[in-house]
Design a protein around this ligand. Structure first.
Ligand SMILES: [Zn+2]
Ligand SMILES: [Zn+2]
Ligand SMILES: [Zn+2]
Ligand SMILES: [Zn+2]
Length: 268
């Protein structure tokens, strides 16, 4: 696709722009108005029998094929790259406009030593601001180093990463942890949030982790244990005992059945 029709006017696409630039730079005589007019006259003469077609095509083809042979060595990059009068903010080599699969973008000519890129139509300041102002996750810190957690944008979408990258490589999927609203029974400052263990099992831990390391496997409820007075109970469901409220304090052992196990066939 070389042109798109916009409000009855032809507008060149990025590809059209590049093809046009290539033709006018390297095959100027063939896109020249006088040349095409002259060729058309010659073709008219051939049509009306005033001219032989072989010599006309011969002279055209000889010149054209010679030029194609000369231009064959021009690389795709040479044609699709346009230099910009701007220094790379990262390495101060000149920037250029490149043409990639997703259209045009600005990139450093120092590539691959320098990986600076930004979108067309975006100023260096805008690009820097976007890169420098990540979204900070308010109520948690990095469980590995205690640094801030940022929402980052990667090749495969958004994820949560440590602000101290590359020193700390902690990353996790961008999945909002469910807040149970239950106050942490240990530090009484945080609250318990639902998290997924490395093996996919859910657990509930204090949102001030790693400051407070309290965690429990079963969903918590904000009800003090009637036996030991621990501030929370947890809901535990097993095939054998059904659903019960249990005290998460192992040494206490309090449990109270809230729903008996489902009736099972006798042989089980
Ligand atoms: Zn650079
Ligand atoms: Zn970290
Ligand atoms: Zn806590
Ligand atoms: Zn208890």
């Amino acid at each position: 696709e070389y042109v798109i029709l916009d409000k009855k006017r032809f507008l060149p696409t990025d590809t059209g722009d590049i093809v046009n630039k290539f033709l006018t730079e390297h095959f100027s005589q063939y896109v020249d108005y006088n040349f095409t007019a002259k060729l058309e006259n010659q073709l008219d003469d051939i049509a009306s029998g005033q001219r032989e077609w072989v010599p006309v095509m011969d002279s055209f083809w000889k010149g054209f094929s010679k030029q194609i042979a000369e231009k064959e060595s021009i690389s795709r990059a040479e044609v699709t790259t346009e230099s910009l009068d701007e220094a790379c903010p990262k390495c101060s080599k000149p920037l250029s406009i490149k043409f990639g699969k997703r259209g045009r973008f600005i990139a450093c000519t120092g590539y691959p030593d320098c990986d600076y890129t930004r979108n067309m139509g975006e100023t260096a300041e805008q690009a820097a601001e976007e890169a420098e102002a990540p979204t900070v996750i308010e109520d948690r810190v990095c469980p590995d180093c205690g640094g801030a957690l940022h929402i980052k944008k990667g090749r495969y979408g958004k994820f949560i990463g440590c602000a101290n990258y590359p020193k700390c490589k902690h990353i996790e999927p961008l999945e909002k942890p469910r807040d149970t609203g239950v106050e942490c029974p240990e530090c009484k400052a945080g609250h318990l949030i639902e998290r997924k263990s490395r093996y996919g099992k859910l657990f509930y831990s204090c949102n001030t982790y790693p400051k407070c390391k309290y965690a429990t496997w079963n969903p918590p409820v904000a009800e003090p244990c009637p036996k030991c007075n621990w501030p929370i109970l947890t809901i535990k469901t097993t095939k054998r005992r059904g659903t019960e409220k249990v005290c998460p304090q192992k040494e206490c052992g309090y449990s109270e059945v809230i729903a008996p196990p489902e009736a099972k066939p006798a042989e089980e």
